[in-house]
Design a protein around this ligand. Structure first.
Ligand code: SAH
Ligand code: SF4
Length: 357
C-alpha cells in the first residue's frame, strides 16, 4: 500500500491499493451505507478515474471525504508515442519523479494487451538491452505496476485483456511487489479481473524466482529470456544471470513444468553472428527437444549504439523450421509498434534527450 502526504500534512493512501473489504470498511467507517462502496469500487477499478470529482453518482460530501483520505493512482503521463499499428507507448512518472514506460497494444478483435514495467531501469546488464545499459534506478511498488495497466486501459477506454511484464526491469528482482500487482490485476472484485493465464511474467532466468513462482497457486504464465543455449554466449549476453548455469535453468524449468503442467515460453532475440549460428541452433534444439515449451523467436530491436544487429528473416525462418523438425513449438514474433522504438528502454532514452513532447 503506498502512502503520501497531502498539502495539509496528513498521510493519504492510494485507494487502488485497498482490498475490496478494506474499501467497504473505509466507506462504512465514514458512516455511509455499504452499497455506496460498490459505486466507488466501480469508479476505482472498472472505470479508472483519476479524480474523485469524476465519480458523478457519488455524493459530493463523500467525494471530498475520500479526497482527504486517499489518492487515486500514482502516475502522471510525461510522454507518448503512437504507432501506425495502433500501439501506444507511454512514459509515466511516479510521485518521486522516477519514470518508466509501458505499452498498450490493441487488436482488431477488440482485445487490449499491456506491456508494463516492474522496475525503473534494471540491474541485470544484458548486453543487447537498452534498459540494461542504464542500470537500476529503483524497484516499483505493486501499486505503481498496477497503475501502469490502469492508465493504459483508461487511455484506450477499453478493458485490458492481457498483461505482460516485459517493460523495464526484472520482475523476479522485485518478486513480492510483482506478485501483489498480479493478484490485484487478477482480482474480479478489487482489480481488473484479468484471467491468470493472461498475466505473463518474463524473467531473464532468476532461478530462485522461478522456483517460488512454480509454487504459487494461480495459473500465471511464465516467459524466460533464453537468448542462447550455449553457456559462453549466454554469459556474455546476460551477465546478470551468469551465476546460474543453463543446466540449472533446464532442471528448474523441468520442475516448473512437472509442478504446474504449464508451458513456459522461451524468448530468443536473434542477433546476427552471435546466437544465430548452426552451433547455436543445435544447442537451442537440444535444450528444448522433448520438453514442454514454446520458443518465441524475436527480431532484435535496434538499440542506439548497440554492437548487435538483427538476423535476416531468412535465418529466422530457418530457426523456425529446424525447431519444428525436432517437435518444438515455435513462432516468430511480429514486432508490434516497431516504429515507436518498441524495445524496452528506448522511449525514456529519447525523452531524456528532449526529443519528445
Ligand atoms: N527483465 C525481463 C523482462 C523485461 S525485458 C526479461 O529479461 O525477461 C522483456 C523482453 O525484451 C526480454 O525477453 C528481453 O530479453 C527482451 N529484449 C531486451 N532488449 C531487446 C532488444 N533489443 N530486442 C529484442 N528484445 C529485447
Ligand atoms: Fe533487465 Fe530484461 Fe533488459 Fe536484461 S533484458 S537488462 S533482465 S530488462
Amino acid at each position: 500500500m503506498s502512502i503520501d502526504t497531502n498539502p495539509s500534512g496528513s498521510t493519504r493512501t492510494n485507494i487502488r491499493s485497498l482490498s475490496r473489504e478494506q474499501l467497504t470498511d473505509a466507506i462504512t467507517g465514514l458512516g455511509v451505507p455499504s452499497w455506496r462502496a460498490n459505486q466507488v469500487a466501480d469508479w476505482v477499478w472498472k472505470k479508472g478515474v483519476t479524480r474523485f470529482d469524476e465519480m458523478t453518482n457519488v455524493p459530493a460530501t463523500l467525494r471530498s471525504q475520500l479526497e482527504e483520505r486517499f489518492t487515486l493512482g500514482t502516475t502522471t503521463e510525461v510522454a507518448r508515442q503512437v504507432s501506425v499499428d495502433g500501439s501506444r507507448k507511454y512514459l509515466l512518472a511516479f510521485e518521486d519523479g522516477v519514470s518508466v514506460e509501458c505499452v498498450g497494444m490493441p487488436s482488431p478483435q477488440g482485445r487490449l494487451s499491456v506491456c508494463a514495467s516492474t522496475q525503473a531501469g534494471c540491474g541485470m546488464g544484458c548486453a543487447f538491452c537498452a534498459t540494461g545499459a542504464s542500470g537500476l534506478t529503483r524497484s516499483l511498488t505493486a501499486d505503481e505496476i498496477f497503475d501502469q495497466v490502469m492508465h493504459v486501459g483508461d487511455d484506450f477506454g477499453q478493458r485490458v485483456t492481457s498483461v505482460v511484464l516485459m517493460g523495464q526491469g526484472e520482475p523476479f528482482a522485485n518478486y513480492d511487489a510483482t506478485m501483489a500487482a498480479l493478484r490485484h490485476l487478477n482480482s474480479p472484485t478489487a482489480g481488473l479481473g484479468i484471467g491468470a493465464r493472461h498475466l505473463t511474467v518474463s524473467t531473464c532466468g532468476v532461478i530462485p524466482g522461478i522456483t517460488k513462482f512454480a509454487n504459487e497457486p494461480e495459473q500465471f504464465t511464465l516467459a524466460v529470456s533464453l537468448h542462447s543455449a550455449v553457456q559462453a554466449t549466454r554469459n556474455a549476453l546476460m551477465p546478470g544471470v551468469r551465476r546460474w548455469s543453463l543446466v540449472h535453468l533446464y532442471d528448474v524449468l523441468g520442475t516448473y513444468v512437472a509442478k504446474t503442467g504449464r508451458r513456459p515460453t522461451y524468448e530468443y532475440a536473434l542477433m546476427a553472428g552471435v546466437n544465430d549460428t548452426d552451433a547455436e541452433l543445435r544447442a537451442l534444439c537440444d535444450f528444448c527437444r522433448g520438453t514442454l515449451c514454446h520458443v518465441n523467436l524475436i527480431m532484435l530491436n535496434d538499440v542506439e549504439g548497440s554492437r548487435f544487429s538483427p538476423s535476416t528473416s531468412q535465418r529466422a525462418n530457418e530457426f523456425l523450421r529446424a525447431l519444428g523438425q525436432v517437435g518444438v513449438e515455435a513462432t516468430l514474433r511480429n514486432s508490434r509498434g516497431a516504429d515507436i522504438d518498441a524495445a524496452c528502454g528506448q522511449l525514456s532514452q529519447r525523452a531524456r534527450r528532449g526529443r519528445l513532447s
